[in-house]
Ligand binder design. Structure first.
Ligand SMILES: [Zn+2]
Ligand SMILES: [Zn+2]
Length: 397
């Protein structure tokens, strides 16, 4: 059987199989966790509804959920499941606590991202130890530079892991991590593995600190630290013991103490710093940024263009076929057939998927463009105010 990175990919990959015989062989199980859309609700609580689903003969995990009288009982259940969860034959990373009364769910409603009537509790992520062999600097779609740790593969949460995020250069300073150090790597669910601490004797002979690159590792372009917002001053706490010491903040008026305004941190003084935490490649033509922007554009929550993943995007950018989103819509068979691994069928499928993305609507398009500060919610607001992208472009600030 083909190797998959994790159970979720294996499931999604199996469901996409065109041959139902292959899908049937893979032993997937279906468990309902609720109803999608229903015109008439007959039950007062979700637990009654789940029992009804079971009554229809649809598996709904009757042994996996239970009704708790109050939050204390729910927390005790979360704690007791911690020991039980290793006994079930599928991986789990936490529990979901939901309000049982359906009318209360209605009243609680949702934020732009999450319903207010349910919350996930995640168990502590799996950790492993490795020796830091190398570090690279990754360029994100907004030019942001992320340091990445590299090490010999270690098993973690069911996958082999050989690199992990170091987040940013303040985090490197906080960890005081250096090449050759023993690092503790954590991986929670689908999240990118990250370095959370080091286990090295700091008095021993060690390599020098990891320093930021002088220029963009992908295009040699100029790098600049993020400045604070206009009229704001960047600062951080001066107390090395403080939880906020490694957190750069910005305000119009500098607070007198670290905890002023936020109520967190210490009552020590703050100091002005000359930039915020992020380091960026300033070259608008940077191919690494372009690749990341196109991958994001095609992503599931944006234009949702199937089969346009990083490997294909890299080739499209390297061959010069795509230097802007609009170029995706100019792709044709002649260009796609030049890509590695592309035959008539895959070419046809990708062209179809690109065409289909034209119907995604204004909200998704605005999000997909990846404009800083225009996430899903801002895109909805903009799309509510304007009819099309031309009127947004023509609008005054
Ligand atoms: Zn402080
Ligand atoms: Zn660059």
């Amino acid at each position: 059987l083909e190797q998959f990175a994790n159970p979720r990919n294996a499931t999604a990959g199996t469901l996409k199989q065109l041959d139902p015989k292959i899908a049937a062989e893979r032993g997937l199980a279906f468990i309902a966790h609720g109803l999608g859309d229903i015109s008439q609700v007959h039950d007062a609580t979700a637990s009654q509804l789940m029992a009804r689903i079971e009554g229809w003969g649809i598996p709904a995990g009757r042994d996996d959920w239970r009704v708790c009288k109050n939050i204390d009982e729910a927390i005790r259940r979360v704690e007791s499941w911690l020991a039980e969860r290793t006994a079930v034959d599928y991986p789990t990373d936490g529990m979901v606590i939901k309000v049982d009364e359906l009318f209360l769910r209605e009243q609680l409603g949702a934020t732009s991202k999450y319903p207010r009537w349910c919350i996930a509790y995640k168990y502590e992520a799996e950790r492993g130890v490795a020796v830091l062999k190398g570090r690279t600097f990754q360029v994100g779609r907004t030019g942001n530079i992320t340091p990445v740790a590299h090490f010999d593969p270690i098993p973690l949460s069911g996958t082999m892991v050989s690199n992990a995020s170091l987040h940013n250069f303040d985090e490197i300073e906080r960890l005081d991590v250096r090449l050759g150090d023993k690092i503790v790597v954590e991986k929670a669910g689908e999240i990118i593995p990250q370095v959370v601490s080091i286990q090295t004797d700091k008095d021993a002979m060690r390599q020098g600190p990891i320093t930021p690159p002088d220029s963009c590792p992908e295009c040699s372009g100029v790098l600049e630290w993020d400045a604070p917002k206009a009229g704001h001053t960047a600062f951080r706490c001066t107390n090395q013991e403080c939880e906020l010491y490694f957190q750069r903040r910005q305000r119009i008026k500098l607070p007198q103490t670290c905890m002023m305004e936020t109520g967190r941190g210490c009552d020590g003084p703050v100091e002005v710093v000359d930039h915020m935490v992020e380091l960026r490649c300033m070259n608008p033509e940077c191919p690494a940024q372009l690749r990341e922007r196109v991958v994001f554009f095609a992503g599931r929550n944006q234009m949702d263009i199937e089969n346009l993943g990083p490997a294909v995007v890299n080739q499209l950018v390297d061959k010069g076929f795509v230097s802007h989103f609009a170029d995706l819509y100019e792709l044709d068979e002649i260009k796609l057939m030049q890509l590695e691994g592309f035959a008539a069928k895959s070419t046809y499928n990708l062209l179809e998927a690109i065409q289909a993305s034209k119907d995604r609507g204004l909200v998704r398009l605005l999000t997909a463009l990846g404009i800083r500060h225009v996430g899903g919610r801002a895109a909805e607001v903009l799309a509510g105010e304007f009819d099309d992208i031309d009127s947004i472009a023509a609008a005054s600030v």
